[in-house]
Unconditional design. Sequence first.
Length: 213
Amino acid sequence: MPTHITLKKTVVVVEDDLRLQQHLLKILEKPADIQPLYAVSSGEEALKKIPACPPDVVLMDIHLPGISGIDCIYELKRKVPRMEIVMLTAYEEEDNIFRALKEGASGYLLKSSTPEDIFNAIRDVYSGGAPFTSHIARKVAHYFRLEKAIEHDNEKLSPRERDVLELLASGYIYKEVSDKLNITLETVRTYVKRICIKLHVRSKVEAIIKYRS
């Protein structure tokens, strides 16, 4: 009888608090669908090690000694664009979270989050979601409303790119978009990359918010 194989979502932790770092590695071993790979303690170490051995998802502390978590995002996303980054923060510091989202993060978690919240956030970003609260979403939306030529940027999208972005904006994950449009998952990811380039944004989250504004 065939055995069902669970596809594991690989995770790397970037956290300078060693107690929290080890705690996260330990709890991430529990779910059958999540596999922690390793942890690093600084932005410099993250930039050196992660591109050479990238995970599906990075849990990144906002405040790191030396290079901050926010400063790491752009370089990591440039080298491994398919990798998702979720910021870790001790409290909901709006400006830093907003900056992280602009740089390419897919969401954020409070360090006080329950293990189940952490697991769900990893599953969410892996499936194309974006875990962050509504008032942070409003802050990002307000930023894009202040930018010029949004309508002109949206007009640059092809009909198929609009279809993909409309489905993502409606809450569909990449796999569902793939199924609904009868295209491969890799094609969906390619469309998202093109959309980000045309809308002059760095992440799917920014593209959706800019499209809706």
